[in-house]
Write a protein that binds this ligand. Structure first.
Ligand SMILES: Cc1cc2nc3c(=O)[nH]c(=O)nc-3n(C[C@H](O)[C@H](O)[C@H](O)COP(=O)(O)OP(=O)(O)OC[C@H]3O[C@@H](n4cnc5c(N)ncnc54)[C@H](O)[C@@H]3O)c2cc1C
Length: 501
């Protein structure tokens, strides 16, 4: 049987790997010229700059996808541990003993020493207890509420024991209250709650269940593929290809064709180039809003898609520069703004830029020097900003935000002069939207409670019996590990529908 996968981002690549050895004929159609999707790449003047994810966690999901296709990840790409995972800097740099900065180590004894040095022994002990709690929470939450297909929202309650355990663990209460039970120091609490932003939520309002994101990076550790994040996508592509999956790049799918009267199963896909391919099942990995609008019309989108609340977006300023970097800089440097609560209110409620923004400066050539020419640095600078539902006029705000980030890089010693910049690209919400991302955010529908787990738009539609979905707008959600899981879940649906060959 013929299975078409639309999109060669991490979700499509994962689905391809999990279907590769099913005996069916698998073809991946990708409108761009390379694999990776959002994990895109700029190659210019000796710089190799990722344009998407920068923090790779839970590499077991990458390994599992590659293994499903019969290959070994370590044969295809080198994954380097990023240690420290983060260097967190706080606007109040005046606190004693260099505590304006905390480094995050996944090795427990290193992290214990760091917390004892920068905060207190009491907090270091609290961190050890928190690490055990989070490991336990992850084991309870992931298999039952994240890494599975759901028949309906009610299936969340079956089996009932894990749900009761989550309640008993306090995971349905507030995230910041949960973390505060273990950590006293406000800066440490931020370090273990800011990850709620990855799910599009304020750390002050998210539920405790989202603390497993902190577990995934602060405790399980952060990795970086040699060659950049795009190299991880290429590894999946190679694994799928060597198991017989075919890739057609520069091949945009224009629409799917159903049987008579626009009902019944999909029979074929039509390419923008005009070609037509017969199919027995398809996996769509573009965002669901775009999928219904552009590919599946006249089938109307499910109500959950029309009513989605979207995550905030980000402004990304990518540069390659012949500069010195600060001697104490690390791969990932997070600058926390001072007005913590106000910032999230501005971003998530008011739809404006944060007045004292938190932002990330990643320097991937700290881990892989081959990404930049000798004497060159890559600065990947990301500031969370409202999506296009907000009140920002991006026709002029992009210049202002670039200017403020430029000043920050100059004053923090990343750049000595603007003239050092050799390669530059900026991506604002309007640009994300042009790239196909709903409401101009690359982070899809947020993970508020009724858009998570069994309540998130599911990966099938009963009106479209042989169409399945993967990617960040369906289950389980946003981020590289999640969309890798989504590819597996979609593959399971396809095989449930077609059976093995
Ligand atoms: C700036 C940024 C920072 C991020 N940071 C992190 C991070 O640090 N850690 C993390 O885990 N995640 C991060 N993410 C999120 C993560 O990158 C995404 O959740 C994930 O890569 C989405 O993968 P996907 O396969 O679902 O979608 P995509 O990567 O968007 O893949 C979909 C693919 O489908 C193709 N396509 C769409 N329509 C068609 C069509 N009609 N025909 C053919 N092809 C089509 C697209 O070209 C694309 O290649 C970040 C994202 C961005 C943009």
């Amino acid at each position: 049987m013929k299975i078409a996968i639309i999109g060669a981002g991490f979700a499509g690549l994962s689905a391809a790997c999990y279907l590769a050895r099913s005996g069916h004929e698998i073809v991946v159609y990708e409108k761009q010229s390379i694999a990776g999707g959002r994990a895109g790449l700029i190659e210019r003047d000796g710089y190799r700059i990722d344009t998407g994810p920068s923090v790779l966690t839970m590499i077991g999901y990458l390994e599992a996808a590659v293994e499903a296709a019969g290959s070994r990840l370590s044969d295809l790409v080198d994954l380097i541990k990023v240690d420290p995972a983060y260097r967190a800097l706080y606007s109040d740099g005046s606190t004693p003993a260099g505590a304006g900065e905390i480094r995050v180590y996944s090795d427990q004894s290193d992290m214990y020493s760091e917390i004892e040095r920068t905060c207190s022994r009491q907090d270091a002990d609290g961190y050890v207890r928190l690490a055990t709690f989070l490991a336990n929470l992850y084991e309870t939450e992931f298999p039952h509420f994240i890494s599975r297909n759901f028949a309906s929202p009610f299936s969340m309650t079956r089996p009932v024991a894990p749900l009761m355990k989550l309640i008993a663990m306090g995971a349905l209460g507030k995230l910041d209250h949960l973390i505060a039970k273990y950590l006293e120091d406000e800066r440490l609490r931020r370090l273990f709650t800011f990850q709620a932003m990855y799910a599009g939520l304020s750390p002050l309002e998210a539920m405790g269940v989202y603390s497993i994101i902190a577990y995934m990076d602060n405790i399980q550790g952060v990795y970086f593929p040699k060659g950049g994040m795009n190299a991880a996508a290429v590894a999946l592509e190679m694994a799928a290809e060597s198991a017989g999956v075919r890739f057609e790049f520069n091949s945009a799918v224009a629409r799917v064709l159903r049987g008579s009267g626009n009902s019944g199963p999909v029979k074929a896909i039509e390419l923008e180039s005009g070609g037509r391919r017969e199919v027995d099942a398809i996996v769509i990995t573009s965002e669901l809003g775009a999928a219904y609008r552009e590919l599946l019309a006249p089938t109307a989108p499910k109500r959950s898609i029309l009513n989605s609340t979207y995550s905030p977006s980000c402004f990304l300023w990518l540069i390659g520069a012949r500069s010195e970097r600060p001697s104490d800089s690390t791969h990932h440097n997070i600058y926390f703004g001072g007005r913590w609560k106000d910032s999230f209110d501005q971003l998530l409620k008011d739809g404006t830029r944060m007045s004292d923004p938190s932002y990330l400066v990643s320097i991937p050539n700290v881990t892989d020097p081959d990404l930049a020419p000798v004497g060159g640095q890559i600065y990947y600078v990301l500031e969370p900003v409202p999506n296009l539902d907000g009140k920002v006029d991006w026709t002029y705000e992009s210049d202002r935000i670039t200017e403020s980030l430029r000043e920050r890089l100059l004053s923090s010693g990343y750049l000595q002069a603007t003239s050092q910049i050799e390669v530059e690209r900026r991506i604002d919400p309007l640009e994300w939207q042009r790239m196909g991302m709903e409401r101009g955010t690359p982070f899809a529908a947020s993970h508020k409670f009724f858009q998570s787990g069994p309540f998130r738009t599911q990966n099938f539609d009963a009106r479209l019996p042989n169409v399945f979905f993967a990617g960040s707008s369906t289950i389980p959600g946003v981020g590289v590990p999640m969309v890798l899981v989504s590819g597996r879940l979609a593959a399971e649906r396809v095989l449930g529908h077609l059976g093995g060959a």
